[in-house]
Design a protein around this ligand. Structure first.
Ligand SMILES: Nc1ncnc2c1ncn2[C@@H]1O[C@H](COP(=O)(O)OP(=O)(O)OP(=O)(O)O)[C@@H](O)[C@H]1O
Length: 256
């Protein structure tokens, strides 16, 4: 599904969050949005999900104005994504039941998707009985089971430790390769953006404007991002992170 922002501005009262934002996201493209905290990245996702409306400008999906939420555009959050009173199987099948699929078939399909994210054997567990990484695997299964045309990911692995996060990034990458939805990913993790995305957009402080767009292309990648060292350094610098090697400070004089 093709997404198009044309001169999109978003304000909340006097607070200008997004300023004249223009971009087209191609069908099957994976775009990562990075930028300072509070600059408006989640607001862009919420507009794509149909949860917020632009204050001015237009936002379309396959040419149609995005006016309300749709199962074609699925949003995945960082945490609290699962219903705690339901088993993992029920959490996943619910996505199909919401689309009026019969419960029996939905449960069978949910088991297949739990197997795809390596959660076979945990179908009857409740979210609090499994690890944070397993909960996010389940959240991915629930997102993908409905075969959304657009997947909107808001810091999906932000609550996970570094190793679990990398494992989940690989699981997500495989699912995207197989299902080919259009993906918009909001992340604070530059490596996550470089690993998963075809294109990275770097935003300024609020009101958010695009400081830089980096085209990575749809190329095979591993977690060894050494080939992207220059791009990584440039993106980090734009985000105000120092990557220069400094001479060690001489404290001798201060101690005298
Ligand atoms: N519904 C709302 N009503 C009023 N202000 C809002 C609303 N939603 C977001 N904002 C404000 O808009 C600004 C941008 O918020 P947003 O969540 O989009 O930023 P972000 O870049 O995703 O931040 P972070 O990286 O910290 O999650 C913030 O100042 C936030 O307080």
């Amino acid at each position: 599904m093709k997404l198009n922002f044309s001169q999109v501005t978003k304000s909340f009262g006097d607070l200008n969050v997004i300023k004249q934002f223009d971009t087209s996201i191609a069908d099957g493209e994976i775009v990562a949005l990075v930028g300072p905290s509070g600059c408006g990245k989640s607001t862009l996702l919420h507009m794509l999900a149909g949860l917020q409306q632009p204050s001015s400008g237009s936002l379309t999906a396959d040419g149609d104005s995005v006016a309300e939420p749709s199962p074609e555009r699925t949003l995945v959050f960082q945490e609290h994504a699962l219903y705690p009173w339901m088993t993992l199987r029920d959490n996943v099948s619910l996505a199909l039941e919401f689309q009026d699929q019969p419960r029996k078939e939905s449960l069978v399909e949910a088991e297949k998707w739990l197997a795809r994210v390596q959660l076979s054997g945990f179908e009857d567990y409740y979210p609090h009985q499994v690890s944070g990484g397993m909960r996010q695997r389940c959240a991915l299964a629930r997102a993908f089971i409905a075969r959304p045309k657009v997947l909107l990911l808001d810091e999906p692995f932000g609550a996970l430790d570094a190793l679990t996060r990398m494992t989940l990034q690989s699981v997500l990458k495989d699912l995207i390769e197989e299902e080919r939805p259009t993906v918009v990913l909001v992340t604070h993790d530059v490596d996550e953006a470089l690993y998963l995305a075809d294109r990275v957009m770097v935003f300024s402080q609020r009101p958010a404007t695009v400081l830089k767009e980096v085209e990575l292309g749809h190329i095979p990648k591993t977690h060894d991002l050494s080939a992207f060292a220059d791009v990584r350094r440039e993106v980090l610098n734009l985000l105000g992170i120092d990557t220069e090697q400094h001479e060690p400070k001489d404290y001798q004089g201060e101690m005298a």
